[in-house]
Design a protein around this ligand. Structure first.
Ligand code: SAH
Length: 533
C-alpha cells in the first residue's frame, strides 16, 4: 500500500502509532481556533418566543450556562452530552455572583467548542450581557450575541397592551426598578417621566411598586393614569393586576403577585380591555401534570400549553436501544415487518445500519405500520408503508393483517408468511401469540423503556389532571403511592389515559375513574380534555 497511489492511506499508516496524539492535537487545535461563546436571549418565558438562531445553538451547544428566567423547556432541546450549568440569576437573588459567572464563561470556553450563555428575555436589556461580552473580549475569547424577545415588550403584548399606539403613546421607556449605586438603593429620576404620551415599563420593580407609583404621581403624572403589573408574562402562569397609579400598589399587595413581574404605566394599559387574547384560551388556568419518557420536551404538554394550560412534565423513564445484528439472508426471509411505534422503526433501522446493511436489505419486505406517526418515521428512512391497519388492539389488528396477507399471497395459498415485529423489550402485549395462529411471527426487542428517578412529586392538591400516555409511566408514577393515596388522588384529580393498555394498568393500581381518549393519540387526548372542560 505504501507504494500505491493512495497518499492518504500512506499518511495514515505512517502516523498510525501516534494516532491518539494526532487526534488530541487536532481536537485541541480546533478548540483553540473556533471556540465561541454565544450570548443568547431565551425570550420572556414562552419557549416559542426563542429565535430560530437561538434554538439551533441550544441544540448544538456543548455547554449551556443558564438563568432562572430562561424557559426550562428550552433546555430539553439540548443534546444528551451537553453540560448544563445553572447560575440562577433572578432579581437580587444571585446564586452565583456576576464575577464568577464571567470566570465560568472563560473556563468553559477553554474546555468546549460551543458554549451558550442563555439569558431570560434579551441579552442586553438589563441582562448584564454587555459585562459578559467585555470580560470575554478582555480574555481573548470570541463571542456572538443572539438577541432575544425582551419581556419589556412581549410581557405587555401578551397582556394585550401595545407599548406604543397612535394618538395614545408616542414613545416607551424601559427603566430598572431597583438601581444600585454601590450599596445604596437609589430612586429612578421620576421628574423626567411626566410626559403622559410616554409609556413607562419598569423591570425588577415588584418589591418597589409603592415607591414607583408615588414617585410618578409626585412628578405630575395623573393619579388616574392606567397601570398594571404583569407577573410570569407569556407563560401559562401569567397574572395581571390592573389599576391606576392611585390604587395599583394596594391591589398588587392584595393579589400577592410573585416575581418575575414588570410594571407598565400609561394610557395604553386601557387598550387591554379590547386587545387581550392570551387568557381566553380554553384551558386557561388549568395546571396539568404530563408523564413522559425521555428528556425531550413532551409533545402532548406543548399541545396542552397551546390551549392555555399550565403544564409540568415528569420523566418516568428513558428509551435505550437493544443492539442486534441481522444478516441479509435472514432479512430476505421476512415477508412483513410490523411496526407499532416510531421508536420501533428507529431502533430497528439502527440495528440494520449497525449490521452493515441499509434500507435496500428490505427491498422485498412489506411494511405494516400502526399510526400516522409510525408511517412518517418509516418514510424518513425512504420506505413507504404498504399497509396501515385501522386497529391497534391485538385481535382486530391480527384479523386485518390476516386479510391483508390472504390478499397478498393469493397465488400461494399454502404459504405461511414470516412476520417480524420490532418492539420494546418490556412491552406487555399478546400480539405475537395472536399472530402465530396464522403466520410465523418473531418478536424483536429493539429498545427498552428503563425507569429513571422521578423529580416531580404527585401531589393531589396541585394538579387539575394527570396525563398518562403509557402503562409504564402509570405504574412508575403511581405504584409507589399507598392504595388510599391513589384513591384520594383519583377522586380530586382527573386521570387521563391514552388508550386501553394504559387504562388497564391504571385499573390494576385501583385508580378510577379514568378518562380514556376515544382516539388513542395525543390529538385524541387533547380533544377529550377540551370536551370535558
Ligand atoms: N433581559 C431580560 C430582563 C432581565 S431583568 C429581558 O429582556 O426581559 C429581570 C426582570 O425582567 C424581572 O425582574 C422582571 O421585571 C422582568 N421579567 C423577565 N421575565 C419576565 C416575565 N416573564 N414576566 C414579567 N417580567 C419579567
Amino acid at each position: 500500500i505504501r507504494e500505491s497511489s493512495f497518499p492518504n492511506i500512506y499518511l495514515c499508516l505512517e502516523k498510525a502509532d501516534s494516532e491518539k496524539q494526532v487526534l488530541e492535537y487536532r481536537q485541541g487545535k480546533e478548540k483553540r481556533m473556533a471556540s465561541m461563546v454565544y450570548l443568547v436571549g431565551a425570550g420572556p418565558g414562552d419557549p416559542g418566543l426563542v429565535t430560530v438562531k437561538g434554538l439551533e445553538l441550544i441544540k448544538k451547544a456543548d455547554c449551556i450556562i443558564y438563568d432562572r428566567l430562561s424557559s426550562p423547556e428550552l433546555l430539553g432541546y439540548a443534546g444528551m452530552d451537553c453540560e448544563r450549568i445553572y447560575v440562577g440569576k433572578a432579581d437580587r437573588h444571585h446564586t452565583l455572583p456576576q464575577e464568577q459567572i464571567n470566570e465560568l464563561l472563560v473556563e468553559k470556553a477553554k474546555e468546549y467548542h460551543c458554549v451558550v450563555r442563555l439569558k431570560g428575555g434579551d441579552v442586553f436589556v438589563f441582562g448584564r450581557g454587555g459585562e459578559e461580552g467585555l470580560y470575554l473580549r478582555e480574555h481573548g475569547i470570541s463571542y456572538t450575541v443572539v438577541p432575544g424577545v425582551t419581556s419589556a415588550i412581549a410581557g405587555p403584548a401578551y397582556a394585550g397592551i401595545p407599548v406604543t399606539h397612535r394618538g395614545v403613546a408616542t414613545s416607551f421607556r424601559v427603566i430598572t426598578g431597583h438601581q444600585k449605586n454601590g450599596e445604596d438603593l437609589s430612586e429612578p429620576d421620576f421628574t423626567t417621566m411626566s410626559d403622559s404620551k410616554e409609556t413607562l415599563i419598569f423591570l425588577m420593580g415588584l418589591s418597589r411598586v409603592r415607591q414607583i407609583v408615588d414617585g410618578l404621581m409626585q412628578a405630575g403624572r395623573s393619579r388616574q393614569t392606567p397601570a398594571a403589573v404583569i407577573s410570569h408574562a407569556t407563560t401559562e402562569a401569567q397574572e395581571i393586576c390592573e389599576g391606576t397609579l392611585e390604587n395599583l400598589a394596594d391591589r398588587v399587595e392584595e393579589a400577592k403577585l410573585t416575581s418575575p413581574a414588570l410594571i407598565i404605566v400609561g394610557d395604553v394599559v386601557a387598550l387591554r380591555r379590547q386587545l387581550h387574547f392570551f387568557e381566553e384560551k380554553p384551558l386557561w388556568g388549568k395546571h396539568y401534570l404530563v408523564a413522559k419518557i425521555g428528556p425531550k420536551p413532551s409533545r402532548l404538554a406543548a399541545m396542552l400549553r397551546a390551549k392555555g394550560a399550565y403544564t409540568s412534565e415528569c420523566m418516568t423513564g428513558e428509551i435505550v436501544g437493544v443492539p442486534a445484528v441481522y444478516t441479509a439472508q435472514e432479512l430476505a426471509h421476512v415477508d412483513v415487518l410490523l411496526f407499532t411505534s416510531a421508536n420501533g422503526v428507529d431502533y430497528f433501522m439502527k440495528n440494520v445500519f449497525a449490521s452493515g446493511l441499509d434500507a435496500r436489505a428490505l427491498f422485498h419486505t412489506r411494511c405494516a405500520v400502526i399510526g400516522q406517526k409510525t408511517a412518517e418515521k418509516l418514510r424518513e428512512y425512504g420506505i413507504c408503508a404498504d399497509f396501515m391497519p385501522e386497529h391497534s388492539n391485538s385481535t382486530n389488528l391480527a384479523q386485518e393483517l390476516k386479510e391483508y396477507l390472504d390478499q397478498e399471497f393469493r397465488g400461494d395459498p399454502f404459504k405461511r408468511a414470516v412476520i417480524w415485529y420490532p418492539t420494546a423489550k418490556n412491552a406487555k402485549d399478546n400480539l405475537v401469540d395472536t399472530l402465530l395462529s396464522f403466520c410465523d411471527c418473531g418478536r424483536l426487542n429493539v429498545y427498552e423503556n428503563v425507569p429513571c428517578p422521578m423529580e416531580v412529586p404527585v401531589d393531589k392538591d396541585v394538579y387539575d389532571a394527570i396525563f398518562f400516555t403509557c402503562a409504564s409511566s402509570a405504574e412508575r408514577m403511581l405504584g409507589s403511592l399507598k392504595p388510599q393515596e391513589r384513591e384520594t388522588l383519583a377522586s380530586v384529580t382527573d386521570i387521563y389515559s391514552i388508550g386501553p393498555k394504559c387504562s388497564a394498568a391504571l385499573g390494576e393500581l385501583g385508580v378510577s375513574p379514568v378518562i380514556e381518549a376515544a382516539v388513542n393519540t395525543y390529538e385524541g387526548l387533547v380533544d377529550c380534555v377540551l370536551r370535558k372542560e
